[in-house]
Ligand binder design. Sequence first.
Ligand code: AHR
Length: 500
Amino acid sequence: MTLTATMVVDKSFKIGEIDKRIYGSFIEHLGRAVYEGIYEPGHPDEDEQGFRKDVIRLVQELQVPLVRYPGGNFVSGYNWEDGVGPVSERPKRLDLAWRTTETNEIGTNEFVDWAKKVGAEVNMAVNLGSRGVDAARNLVEYCNHPSGSYWSDLRISHGYKDPHNIKTWCLGNEMDGPWQIGQKTAEEYGRVAAEAGKVMKLVDPSIELVACGSSNSKMATFADWEATVLDHTYDYVDYISLHTYYGNRDDDLANYLAQSMDMDEFIRSVIAIADYVKAKKRSKKTIHLSFDEWNVWFHSNEADRQITPWSVAPPLLEDIYTFEDALLVGSMLITLLKHADRVKIACLAQLVNVIAPIMTEKGGPAWKQAIFYPYMHASVYGRGVALQAQISSPKYDSKDFTDVPYLDAAVVHLEEAEEVTIFAVNKHQTESLNLQCDMRSFEGYHVLEHIVLEHENMKATNQGREQVTPHHNGDSAIDQGRLTANLAKLSWNVIRLGKK
Ligand code: AHR
């Protein structure tokens, strides 16, 4: 049996311009993300600063435009001053968030250097857990003020004459979480975030600020937290953050793949709350969304309980991703694209070794996890304008969701290159989907390629051997503006159309 799904796409039905920063990622001082991840002095492929060139190449392949740093939970106990100046004088500190030892060999300046090498901008987080307004405004001055003040001159004395000009800043991290160093109520956080934001913008009015939303939508404080925090911070901030992680703990594939619907609902709810506060304040300003932590995270939970406390860079959160995880990551990327008008920043959490698309072996190679591919495809081909596709698909019910469309799809138009890309996941476990797409406004377009990620074994990984890799033999054709594509059961598809 072949099931049919239909789609109507027109170049004038636009969701909005895609901000390339939705393909951002995240490096936290956590586990082997920094040490043995991006930085490994003595590695055969190190550069002059000890950064791994093989990792740099893989990050470049992903075309990551922005990297959030240095946390995460880590930032809520971090003294940024520990990570600048001569390395030999930097203190070793207990990192209470992950119960490890932080050597501070890498800090702000080295990370900015690394980000330049991979071609990304830094999204810097300040500590509003154990610290506050003063440390935050000093860090902005250290990073962004040209010269002639205490902190900017200190940066210059550390060998960085030009300011880093970091544009986006996170006001703390997950401040509602009981696990957070310096957890706060919405009132407490709202006040300190407003004051920190105000003062940081006094130092550099060109920066953009992200206020912390709830740690996830299942927090008891969710919704009230966002409303209260925005009530306090509305005039100072530009974005509110969202975080979510999914897992397949019950090994229920249908339900697992449906979780992108939860992400969609989460985004819609936060938009509604932000616009409620806008209405209440009679404001002309619109707050956008920064989905600055999203991914699959569950495989490593048990292993992490066995880690010896206070080790340096132990293997924490090292999820080894399966093919089914790659499908959900694809659906999550599609969900972000469907909200391109409001989600302006998003960070796949994280980038190297820690719940990451890139893994490294100490002294050995770096390799691509299964989730590397949908992330790379979206980042490379998902630039331009997100189009509002009219989709009609057969549906299914799962344990927690009803009316889950088997077809999940997003369409992107890159006008200047005359290219259109359809990203599509078929969630059906036994049947292929026959996609019929009306694309009559794209006259003269033909199929450039149809990339497919599929695998017989849902639990296949790339550890030890690359098993989950895309092929280019997808089956699609366009005739007089009608695209027909065969989407294999349980597959991620990238159908690229163009005029050339
Ligand atoms: O990304 C891992 C952790 O998940 C981050 O440190 C924290 O913000 C979240 O709980």
